[in-house]
Design a protein around this ligand. Structure first.
Ligand SMILES: [Ca+2]
Ligand SMILES: [Ca+2]
Ligand SMILES: [Ca+2]
Length: 298
């Protein structure tokens, strides 16, 4: 786990146990993954966990991590969904970040009651690069960065991690750059509603080989004080490798609440068919739009 750059989270005994447990789950999933032949991504089993309210754990942030198996040692996409009391839009993604073989998640809950989350990981064989860029965000501000794949490599996924802050630190946007089918960069915006500065790392997953293509929904209305979910579906015979959510505007009330791989009931239960994104407009006072992006491997 030496490459794991989640400096804020000391690998406590509990954290190490979670990591070991999820690694075992990932390994067990190898046999269960449908069609995990050469070139087809590996999809981890869903990992369920409790996300306590801030009144229980102080900062309102819960960490989770998943690791790819030996057969498919490169993480390309991490998914997380939080279920609970959404009435005040207080469940959000704080971080969802690639790190070579691993993917880390930080999940916010200040809803007043415990929530449940499921996380999953998509992994690939082959040769990948994980370029990153940083941005420091003062208290009360937002910050954006994009990170570009090396020449000749293709975008296969991406994510963002905020070091520091608390449950008021949230992903505001996290998606491929631009609207093209073959973007070469990943772009993320983070809100820092906390009282301390945070250091944000934006990471792209770049494949040296393979045919990857980005599809996305049209911009969906995201009215004030609402939550909207949209699914971007991959073309037939393509398998999703990663994805994300883009939200317009710049405000601490614009939040990614969920972002995960999607199964369309195509005869297997593998979430290989696209990406599902959920966005909050938490009392910004203005209407915005949201879009879900899927990166699909042929
Ligand atoms: Ca919120
Ligand atoms: Ca917020
Ligand atoms: Ca499926």
């Amino acid at each position: 786990m030496g490459r794991f750059p989640f400096a804020r989270v000391p690998l406590s005994r509990k954290g190490a146990a979670v990591l070991a447990f999820t690694l075992v789950c990932s390994l067990l999933g190898v046999a269960g993954a449908a069609g995990a032949g050469s070139g087809v991504p590996f999809y981890s089993p869903l990992h369920g966990l409790v996300v306590p309210d801030a009144s229980e754990n102080g900062n309102g942030v819960t960490f989770d991590a998943l690791a790819c198996p030996n057969s498919h040692p490169n993480a390309t996409g991490g998914g997380a969904v939080i279920s609970g009391d959404q009435s005040n839009l207080d469940l959000e993604l704080n971080s969802s970040f690639p790190s070579g073989r691993d993917w880390g998640f930080e999940l916010n809950n200040s809803s007043g009651s415990a929530a449940l989350a499921t996380t999953l990981l998509i992994c690939a064989k082959g040769d990948f690069k994980y370029p990153t860029r940083q941005v420091a965000i003062p208290p009360g501000a937002q910050g954006e960065r994009f990170v570009t794949c090396p020449k000749g490599a293709t975008l296969a996924g991406g994510g963002v991690h905020a070091f520091g802050g608390d449950h008021r630190t949230e992903i505001a946007s996290n998606a491929p750059e631009g609207h093209g089918a073959k973007p070469n960069a990943w772009d993320a915006t983070v809100n820092n509603g906390s009282a301390e500065a945070v250091n944000v790392t934006v990471g792209a997953v770049c494949a040296k080989r393979g045919n990857y293509k980005v599809v996305h929904t049209s911009p969906m209305p995201l009215p004030d004080h609402s939550q909207v979910t949209a699914v971007a579906t991959c073309p037939k015979r393509a398998h999703v490798s990663g994805g994300g959510v883009r939200i317009t505007g710049l405000d601490n009330g614009l939040e990614v609440a969920g972002s995960t791989a999607f199964d369309n009931g195509d005869g297997n239960v593998t979430p290989d068919n696209g990406w599902q994104g959920t966005a909050n407009n938490d009392n910004t006072g203005s209407p915005e739009t949201m879009q879900t992006f899927a990166i699909c491997k042929k």
